[in-house]
Design a protein around this ligand. Structure first.
Ligand SMILES: Cc1cc2nc3c(=O)[nH]c(=O)nc-3n(C[C@H](O)[C@H](O)[C@H](O)COP(=O)(O)O)c2cc1C
Ligand SMILES: Nc1ncnc2c1ncn2[C@@H]1O[C@H](COP(=O)(O)OP(=O)(O)O)[C@@H](O)[C@H]1O
Length: 319
């Protein structure tokens, strides 16, 4: 997959462009339907599947008070889009100036740079100044420029369309099974291992610490069954999100004890994927009590992960 952060004349580089449009925060099953539709059509016509998106969330510019916390990250989004078979990813910054582009001019811009044969969008996709552009307007504009607009139905789960807003709520509630079902892959945090208090090793459970970013939607404090990708390797583990109240508190963070590994991970990048919530974070009256509880948490995590991966032959659930 080729990635661009600037607009160039893509139609001069790539044949028969099929575009998928959207912010695609989290790339949930609804987003995946749109992207897969574009990829399938591109393959059918021997063309190029191109995703056109933004580096920052448009709402952070247009309505900063209501700017959403992000489900995914750039790195994760790129990984998943590549896996879905996207040929070209265009992510441009959404600037206050760009926000002034009206809907018809936005389509003119798509035509100028991409000259698409198809534009694939979701039923609730809006575009252009004040979000006034609708799928109907896209269909009309499509006639003018000689492309076809394909409008995908939302993916319904539990009687309602899957949406990023719905998934954010479920993340806040720690409803991991639902979050993972709606995403179609496990909710994950990617981060670099930083130093903590060097206390984990004394407890017998060294934990790789990862800072949480304010801009991301966060699971509630607690203990979770996780898998961890380190380079090409995958491990099971048990993670805690919280402030270590047993030891007087610390800045809220993610820490993960990885099973069957013993090595220096400082400065390395880990992808921590969440599979189940085990319990709340608590204040224990001694380090010994906490240690005994972590031993039980480890056993719980091992059995939860064995069950999930036994039931699920689809190894693509690990990202
Ligand atoms: C599985 C697991 C569960 C944990 N649960 C709690 C908890 O309930 N309460 C708490 O205060 N700390 C909890 N911790 C965090 C430990 O206090 C922390 O890992 C330890 O103090 C090491 O900190 P360090 O990485 O700064 O050395 C947990 C850690 C792990 C790995
Ligand atoms: N199985 C393991 N799981 C997590 N980290 C490990 C493991 N084995 C070794 N380490 C290393 O130990 C560090 C964690 O030890 P810890 O005593 O908790 O220190 P810190 O407080 O700096 O996190 C990790 O950052 C990593 O470099």
């Amino acid at each position: 997959m080729e990635c661009y952060t600037k607009l160039i004349e893509f139609h001069a580089l790539y044949p028969r462009i099929v575009m998928a449009l959207g912010m695609f925060d989290g790339i949930h099953l609804g987003h995946q339907r749109i992207v897969k539709t574009a990829v399938r059509r591109a393959r059918e016509i021997g063309g190029t599947a191109l995703v056109f998106s933004f580096l920052n969330h448009p709402r952070a510019v247009v309505d900063p008070q209501r700017s959403p916390r992000l489900i995914g990250s750039d790195v994760l989004r790129r990984k998943i889009l590549e896996r879905l078979g996207v040929d070209v990813l265009v992510e441009i910054p959404f600037t206050p100036n760009f926000a002034k582009t009206d809907a018809a001019d936005f389509v003119a811009l798509l035509h100028q740079y991409c000259a698409p044969q198809y534009v694939v969008i979701g039923e609730n996709y809006t575009f252009g100044r004040f979000g006034r552009g609708t799928p109907d307007l896209m269909r009309q504009e499509a006639k003018r420029y000689g492309f076809r607009a394909l409008v995908c139905n939302p993916v319904i789960r539990d009687g309602e369309p899957i949406s990023s807003t719905r998934i954010r709520g479920l993340i806040q509630q720690g409803e991991i099974a639902k979050v993972n079902e709606y995403l179609g892959y496990p909710f994950s945090i990617i981060g670099t291992v930083v130093h903590g208090e060097a206390r984990g090793r004394l407890l017998g459970f060294p934990t790789a610490n990862i800072e949480l970013q304010d801009e991301n939607e966060s699971l509630p404090n607690g203990v979770y069954a996780v898998t961890v990708a380190h380079g090409a390797e995958q491990y099971a583990g048990v993670a805690n999100i919280g402030n270590n109240p047993t030891f007087g508190g610390c800045r809220r963070r993610l820490e993960v004890h990885i099973f069957d590994i013993s090595k220096d991970l400082y400065g390395d990048r880990l992808t921590v994927s969440f599979h189940a919530r085990i319990r709340e974070e608590r204040r224990f009256s001694s380090a010994e009590e906490l240690k005994a509880q972590i031993e039980r948490d480890k056993k719980t995590s091992i059995s939860v992960i064995a069950e999930i991966f036994h039931l699920q032959e689809n190894i693509s659930m690990v990202i």
